[in-house]
Design a protein around this ligand. Structure first.
Ligand SMILES: C[S@@+](CC[C@H](N)C(=O)[O-])C[C@H]1O[C@@H](n2cnc3c(N)ncnc32)[C@H](O)[C@@H]1O
Length: 210
């Protein structure tokens, strides 16, 4: 841990504008893997990637890693044999760290709180880890993930504890179940940042219609 680590992490949760959040990740990008994995015991990418793999069990699937950050999820999927993975994030500095992992086909810079420039039904699966949390991406982004994932495909994501209760994710998830946009396959609470004592909801849905 560098002396800066707690401040860099805190800045990503306390950003009040997208510009502040991008600036926070810009400062953190080159230290992120070491700080999260080694210092905080970040297991979110491994648990979520394995959960998605359990549900789709299809290394030929075309997968989007939404809010890919430095590519920790892509690395794990790559290790599980997935060969067609795209990456998306709104931080150029996080994307450039992700590119160095050499596990992604296409890397997009995009804001998940806006409409995405990706065709309907483009992916077999979408995974989004660490991005549904304080000051990051709100529940309305679920609509876009459903739109770009084909019917029958899967969406796997984490929601950090605390934000889950505060940010309206649960009500949006239930509304989308009630309107037959997606069907819940699995939802469990697991360790997320083990050394920080933080848990998250790990969720997988199957897309019904969009
Ligand atoms: C905690 S990191 C998680 C990164 C990676 N998925 C992981 O598990 O290590 C959150 C990521 O979400 C990205 N992010 C935050 N808000 C975003 C938005 N509105 N649109 C796209 N990406 C966003 C950040 O740039 C950052 O890379």
């Amino acid at each position: 841990m560098t002396q800066q680590t707690p401040e860099l992490w805190k800045a990503t949760y306390e950003a009040t504008t997208p510009q502040e959040l991008i600036a926070a990740y810009s400062k953190w990008a080159h230290l992120y893997d070491n700080d999260t994995l080694d210092v905080m015991g970040y297991v979110g990418p491994k648990v979520a990637a394995e959960m998605l793999d359990y549900h789709i069990d299809s290394p030929t699937a075309k997968v989007l890693d939404a809010g890919c950050g430095t590519g920790l999820v892509g690395e794990i999927l790559d290790g599980l044999g997935y060969a067609s993975i795209d990456a998306m994030d709104f931080s150029a500095d996080m994307l450039s760290e992700a590119e160095k992992k050499s596990v992604y086909e296409t890397l997009y810079q995009a804001d998940m709180n806006e409409t995405l420039d990706i065709p309907d039904d483009h992916y077999d699966a979408t995974i989004c880890v660490g991005t549904f949390t304080f000051a990051h991406v709100g529940p309305d982004a679920f609509d876009e993930l459903v739109r770009i994932t084909r019917p029958g495909g899967h969406i796997c994501f984490t929601i950090r504890d605390g934000a889950y209760q505060e940010y309206g994710y649960r009500s949006k998830m239930l509304e989308m179940e009630a309107t037959n946009k997606w069907q819940l396959q699995e939802l469990r609470e697991e360790d997320y940042l083990v050394k920080e004592g933080v848990t998250a909801k790990f969720c997988t849905y199957q897309v019904l219609s969009n």
